[in-house]
Design a binder for this molecule. Structure first.
Ligand code: SAM
Length: 327
């Protein structure tokens, strides 16, 4: 089992396959940033497959494909079927903004995708546009329905709650999840936005969110599927689906973190908030054997940070934001 120096077992891999995104969510990206990594500098699907397979050999069980917007990269079903074909992968998921998932969800499902998380921060078209600077609201809703109809389970909707921006929609989102029989997960706003507009006052804590919901919906706490689950989950008393609270700011879960990440340009990051990246691409392209690559990953994993330090006085945000790292 892959372990870090604090004894945490690393079983969860997030692979970013592109740093491009067609949305410009205000809490993530700046309005016009276009410093994309050139195509040749991205890991190829063959390289991602090889690396993932080595990592699965070390104990990774869960792979999430993300970005940037992963649906922008050509041939995604090919990558999904490569990853699904690695013996030992128990969970294969995708995070997307949902702009075109409805068109390709069946192909991805057939390729071996098990579940999907779709980001949606407002149920009001005008506000959706203000947050994402995209007009694809109806398409995202269509993708959520299509994911359910295609049999992906569970379908999760991620909503980043920012005070004064969309915190008045918490109950609307819960109602939406209840009607659609899906999971809505409220995420605390983290200091990892390109415009550096994060302020502690803008964070709506998980406790506040629960207080808002509880008088209106009966929620039953769900047993964690595993000790490293990042969200505190609830099911509806009277319907499928439920609510999750992801609280990296008010109740960090670093002590249970089981993740490492690979950026689209082939760097291992041992924490979302790391200041150091470890270049695995050069090794992959240098003719290194699988054993040499595995040894490198084991060594890097031992350097995993104890925590993200968001609440420490000397906290510094990482130089790359979620969209470049892979959320
Ligand atoms: N394009 C895909 C999407 O929209 O889901 C995948 C990449 S996106 C960076 C992954 C997740 O990161 C999204 O759910 C997004 O809301 C979240 N995210 C980005 N910046 C964030 C921030 N500053 N605080 C909290 N969550 C953030």
């Amino acid at each position: 089992m892959l372990k870090d120096s604090y004894g945490r077992e690393i079983s969860d891999l997030r692979v970013s396959i592109t740093d491009r995104c067609n949305f410009r969510c205000t809490y993530c990206k700046t309005a016009r940033g276009v410093n994309y990594v050139e195509r040749g500098k991205l890991l190829s699907y063959e390289e991602i497959e090889r690396l993932s397979s080595i990592l699965v050999g070390l104990g990774i069980r869960k792979i999430r494909v993300t970005g940037g917007e992963p649906m922008l990269r050509k041939g995604l079903p090919d990558l999904i079927s490569r990853l699904a074909g690695i013996p030992g992968v128990e969970d294969l998921a995708l995070t997307t903004n949902g702009f075109n998932l409805y068109e390709r969800v069946d192909v991805l499902r057939k390729a071996g995708l098990q579940r999907v998380t779709i980001s949606l921060d407002s149920l009001r078209p005008d506000r959706f546009f203000e947050i994402t600077r995209s007009r694809d609201f109806e398409k995202v809703l269509r993708s959520i329905s299509a994911a359910r109809e295609a049999g992906l389970r569970p379908v999760k909707v991620n909503c980043v709650v920012v005070r004064g921006v969309n915190d008045d929609e918490i109950l609307d989102f819960v109602q939406f999840a209840w009607q659609q029989r899906i999971d809505v997960r409220f995420i605390e706003f983290m200091p990892i936005d390109e415009d550096e507009g994060w302020q502690r006052e803008k964070v709506v804590t998980g406790a506040e969110i629960l207080e808002t919901i509880s008088p209106h919906f009966e929620l039953i706490p769900r047993e964690p599927a595993n000790s490293s689950e990042t969200s505190k989950n609830f099911t509806f008393a009277d319907a499928g689906g439920g609510v999750g609270l992801i609280t990296p700011v008010s109740r960090p879960f670093c002590g249970e973190c089981s993740r490492i990440r690979i950026t689209a340009d082939g760097k291992i990051r041992t924490c979302l908030f790391s200041h150091v990246e470890h270049d695995i691409k050069t090794l992959l392209r240098s003719g290194a054997s699988d054993q040499e690559i595995a040894d490198f990953v084991v060594e890097v994993t031992l350097k995993k940070e104890p925590g993200h330090r968001i609440n420490e006085p000397d906290f510094r945000a990482p130089s790359r934001t979620m969209s470049y790292i892979g959320g």
